[in-house]
Design a protein around this ligand. Structure first.
Ligand code: GLC
Ligand code: CA
Length: 539
């Protein structure tokens, strides 16, 4: 086992606009984050991944960057960012930045120049195709609705955008663009950041003429060059967002030789409650047996050949307790079960803000939604003739805004998030679900996460043990062991709300119960609703 720090780390994702507002404008900011570093240290995490804070017109909440080397005034200044890096360091927390390299904002100087003329030196920083107005180069669609092509009269060409029209795709085939990106990254490395999360990184090597978006032929060539020119110069963690990753590809990305990235976010487990060939909005139940198969495959195939990221949530996904847990009667039990199930595995766990409190989805009327994807989807489906009720059901289940409602700090006004008017409505359940209430409650979801993080630091088996799935055919129980030379972990989880008998033998007395989500859990193999137990044997 090598000694890469991030193999023993737990990373916490902050969505800055929804975390903590320091100046009453209703939007979270960098000083807000600084004010919560004690909280984060108490939780025990090692690094914070910040969703983008660079200058941006905020068409896609910062995933549309207009200046990679400046901070958006909404979040603060470059000086605040430096202060955050420094203050976080004093709390033993590294800051991971979000690099959006597949596209920039259309308001970036590069694009402003690029669209002036075909001869402009920046023209080739983007992806253009000749054509005639009204006749699209092909029928590729953008992720947030509409065509992926946009006409620019000045140059009599279309530019390519995989996301919104305000997010033109960057042209990675151009070595000058690549150089410019590396210089920018090295500048951030010089500021002392602890690593990077790379937004939709598997889409940078697109070949629109062949309808290729992700996993383009030159992808790994670009990544190796990027890594060599930047990341390898420092001791960083890097994690790429790769919706199209398979285990085979993940072994390339996260090759232990460090030639590309530390790890990727893959989404095979996340996409399971989506039907083949359908959109995420077309709701389908979670196939539990498939979930077991998927985790088993990722855990065993990457063992010693790559590295997994472990996550249930991020700023694009609904809240896991509302999705695959139970956000009613068993909210606390099921939130802890999902945490125990995930945190016992091999990889680097990520916690998305509020997950450690068991925060839930929301069900607002359409006027309360802010996310460009949700708003566009609503219009698009209405036009297609879907019933409003059905659209709202999809939005309540899957909208990205489920994750983006403000962090629930206290039971006081605006959940302690802001003194002003929050940019998006706060989940009304904040009086019951909030950090203040949970920190000192030994039975809280927060305490469960805190303990799981401590275990990962205390017992090397969390990082290096091999994974073996147990009871593969059991339709209720998710159970596995993790084993290294001197210890063994056993994790047993009831995934549903019925009491079940677990066919495993009772763990013997040498197996110590590390953590459970029921106060009086013991060694008997009857599992109550969502009951989860983690045992440890030290040889
Ligand atoms: C990633 C981000 C998402 C964003 C998209 C375009 O998927 O996580 O929030 O909208 O990329 O940048
Ligand atoms: Ca603010």
């Amino acid at each position: 086992m090598d000694s890469k720090w991030w193999k023993n780390a737990v990373i916490y994702q902050i969505y800055p606009r929804s975390f903590a507002d320091s100046n009453g404008d209703g939007i979270g900011d960098l000083q807000g984050i600084i004010s919560k570093l004690d909280y984060l240290e108490k939780l025990g995490i090692d690094a914070v991944w910040l969703s983008p804070v660079c200058k941006s017109p905020q068409d896609d909440n910062g995933y549309d960057i207009s200046d990679y080397q400046d901070i958006d005034p909404m979040f603060g200044t470059l000086r605040d960012m430096e202060e955050l890096i420094e203050e976080a360091g004093k709390h033993h927390i590294r800051i991971i930045m979000d690099l959006v390299l597949n596209h920039s904002s259309d308001e970036h100087d590069w694009f402003q120049e690029a669209k002036k003329s075909r001869e402009n030196p920046y023209h080739d920083y983007y992806v253009w195709r000749d054509g005639v107005e009204g006749v699209l180069p092909n029928n590729m669609r953008a992720a947030f609705g509409g065509s992926a092509w946009e006409w620019v009269p000045e140059v009599q060409q279309y530019y390519f955008h995989q996301f919104s029209v305000k997010q033109p795709d960057l042209n990675w085939e151009n070595p000058k663009l690549r150089r410019e990106i590396y210089d920018m990254i090295n500048w951030w490395i010089g500021k002392g950041v602890g690593g990077f999360r790379l937004d939709v990184i598997d889409q940078i090597a697109k070949e629109p003429d062949k309808m290729i978006t992700n996993n383009g032929p030159r992808l790994h060539e670009y990544l190796r060059e990027l890594s060599q020119e930047t990341f390898q110069k420092a001791d960083l963690v890097t994690v790429g967002e790769a919706w199209g990753a398979t285990t085979e590809l993940a072994k390339l990305y996260s090759n232990p030789d460090n030639s590309e990235l530390s790890m990727v976010f893959q989404f095979e487990h996340i996409c399971l409650d989506q039907m083949e060939g359908k959109e995420k909005w077309d709701l389908a139940p979670l196939p539990f047996m498939k979930l077991k198969e998927v985790f088993n495959r990722w855990q065993t195939e990457l063992h010693e050949k790559g590295w997994n990221s472990l996550f249930w949530n991020n700023h694009d996904l609904p809240r896991i307790v509302s999705r695959w847990g139970n956000d009613g009667e068993y909210r606390i039990e099921s939130a802890k079960m999902l945490a125990i199930l995930l945190h016992g595995m091999q990889g680097t766990p990520y916690i998305y803000q509020g997950e450690e409190l068991g925060m839930t989805n929301v069900a607002y009327g359409i006027e309360e939604y802010r996310d460009i994807e949700t708003v566009n989807l609503y219009k698009e489906r209405l036009e297609k003739g879907y019933k409003e009720e059905e659209i709202m059901r999809s939005i309540h289940a899957k909208s990205r805004d489920n994750a983006r409602t403000p962090m629930q700090w206290t039971s006081g006004e605006n959940a302690g998030f802001t003194d002003g008017k929050p940019w998006i409505k706060i989940n009304p359940n904040y009086r019951e679900i909030n950090a203040e209430r949970q920190i000192d409650d030994e039975n809280s979801v927060f305490r469960c996460y805190q303990q799981l993080i401590r275990f990962r630091k205390a017992y090397p088996v969390f990082a290096d043990g091999d994974f073996r799935m147990l009871l593969m055919d059991d339709e209720n129980i998710f159970a596995y062991t993790r084993t290294n030379e001197d210890s063994q972990l056993l994790v047993v989880c009831n995934f549903y709300d019925q009491t079940v008998r677990c066919p495993l033998e009772e763990p013997d007395a040498s197996m110590k119960l590390l953590i459970s989500n029921y106060k009086d859990a013991d060694h008997t193999m009857v599992l109550r609703p969502y009951e989860a137990r983690m045992y440890l044997k030290e040889k």
